[in-house]
Ligand binder design. Structure first.
Ligand code: PLP
Length: 382
């Protein structure tokens, strides 16, 4: 077995090298509040790249999802269809408005919301569908948009992991009425804590600007469209300051390079792990033809009967930080009290119990990757 001097950490944030330079520029500009020159550059880049109607930086993807729930006027008792296999913010954003998450099972292949189960989960209280693009692999958006259209439902894409990934050539987050990305340190493109709201439905743009600026029409004032700004609607402070936007700009400039580097690492794992899949020990990720993913994550699904805790423990002892992922929301204390199940979530429970995420960060060497795979193989044989 390979001997390690250093641990292989699960994640290391990647810096392009220009972050502090742009932060210094913002400092010399003397404009530190939100919506300054760096924020505008980020907005322009995101609008161009995704084709969304309006991009609005937020202090997290969680905040962007909270804005989405307000924009859709979610009322107490309204139901929102979503997977249980997701991060808490997908549900919490709607629960904060009194909404009820309705958990639907996921697909066996992509671990995304199973679009074939949505229609039967719809009731007279259903207002929206929230597909989550797990690991930057798109949900079946055509089918989801069709169901939503025929029942008059809104679609909010939780594309937290989806920057630079596409579905039939369209950017994730730009297909539903509203989308959201995360720039959290653990995602592909980062600024520590940060996110963006992508508003695709043009009729929601004005209100999105207002509620992000404490319920005022300050954005119109800044554009010179009005001569004073006043309180218009409910709202909060959802925008990040310029230092964060300056950091993010350094990352956005390098987005293609960052994505390409991650894809190389992903592909290397995919090749190295083929023999273990062929031998029946695990299943590798499945990416449908219509989807270009962004190498946000590399995971494997252990064959049933293999003790995941034992495998993770073995890998940790051998110096490799591999991790499991979401505890399904429907099995959590808050999920039980705020949400409800639609059907038995058999796939969710099975897949989430056998999933392991492997280290994936820019700078991880091919040597380290083969060590990770060797350690995993040894753990499976142990
Ligand atoms: C990371 C993540 C979030 C939350 O993003 P933040 O920017 O940390 O608020 C929400 N949903 C999913 C699916 C995520 O992966």
């Amino acid at each position: 077995m390979t001997d390690f001097n250093d641990r292989v950490p699960f994640n290391l944030p990647y810096m392009t090298g220009k972050e502090l330079y742009y932060i210094a520029e913002a400092h010399f500009n003397g404009r530190l509040a939100g919506d300054g020159p760096f924020t505008k550059r980020c907005h322009g880049w995101l609008e161009n790249r995704t084709g969304c109607n309006r991009a609005l930086l937020t202090h997290s993807c969680t905040a962007a999802l909270e804005m989405a729930a307000i924009l859709l006027d979610i009322q107490p008792g309204d139901e929102i269809i979503m997977p249980s296999y997701t991060f808490v913010s997908t549900a919490n954003a709607f629960v904060l408005r009194g909404g009820v998450p309705v958990f639907v099972d996921i697909r066996e292949d992509t671990l995304n919301l199973d679009e074939r189960l949505i229609e039967s989960a719809i009731t007279s209280r259903t207002r929206a569908i929230v597909p989550v693009h797990y690991a930057g692999v798109a949900c079946e958006m055509d089918a989801i948009m069709n169901v939503a259209g025929s029942h008059g439902l809104k679609v909010v894409e939780d594309a937290a992991q989806g920057v630079m990934a596409t579905y039939k050539g369209r950017a994730l987050g730009s297909i539903g009425d509203i989308g959201a990305y995360s720039f959290h340190e653990t995602k592909n493109i980062i600024c520590g804590e940060g996110g963006v709201l992508l508003v695709n439905d043009p009729s929601l743009v004005y209100r999105a600007e207002v509620l992000r600026e404490k319920g005022t029409d300050r954005s119109r004032f800044f554009r010179g469209e009005i001569d004073k700004y006043t309180w218009q609607d409910i709202g909060s402070s959802f925008l990040p300051g310029e230092l964060i936007a300056a950091f993010l700009w350094a990352q956005l400039e390098e987005t293609q390079t960052i994505t390409d580097k991650r894809l190389d690492i992903w592909t290397c794992y995919h090749e190295l792990l083929a023999p273990l899949e062929n031998a029946g020990y695990l299943r590798r990720p499945i990416v449908p033809d219509d989807c270009q993913h962004n190498a946000h994550m590399y995971y494997v699904l252990l064959a049933s009967g293999i003790d995941r805790d034992r495998v993770l423990h073995y890998m940790k002892q051998a110096g490799v930080d591999a991790l499991f992922h979401y505890v399904p929301l429907h099995s959590s204390p808050a999920g039980k009290s705020f949400g409800r199940l639609d059907g038995a979530l058999k796939v969710t429970e099975f897949q989430s119990s056998r999933l392991i995420r492997l280290p994936l960060w820019i700078g991880l060497t091919k040597m380290q990757q083969s060590e990770v795979v060797q350690v995993l193989a040894a753990a499976l044989h142990a």
